[in-house]
Design a binder for this molecule. Structure first.
Ligand code: ZN
Length: 91
């Protein structure tokens, strides 16, 4: 991934600087949690990339991994349907 990963890492570090709470549920984030923990700090795109959002810092906010996941499922429901063949055919 090279370059874009570096920018993302930088944004991630900038956003985490003030140890802000989750922008989705408002609760504190434990920034010490390990990778893939449901409560882990992740960077959420305010306007999802799939909806035309940018990968710029102003379109990013802190979130728990689980909150980010829940939001993603909601705003991009088509994605879930497409992933499951049986549901997609049920239309
Ligand atoms: Zn949260």
């Amino acid at each position: 991934m090279g370059r874009s990963t570096t920018i993302r890492d930088r944004h991630r570090a900038i956003i985490a600087k003030g140890r802000p709470p989750c922008a989705l549920c408002g609760e504190e984030i434990d920034y010490a949690l390990p990778y893939l923990d449901p409560g882990e700090y992740v960077v959420d795109h305010i306007v999802p990339l799939s909806k035309g959002g940018t990968d710029k810092l102003e379109n990013k906010q802190p979130a728990h991994r689980r909150c980010n996941r829940a939001k993603g499922d909601r705003v991009d429901g088509r994605h879930i349907l497409r992933r499951s063949g049986s549901l997609a055919r049920a239309r």
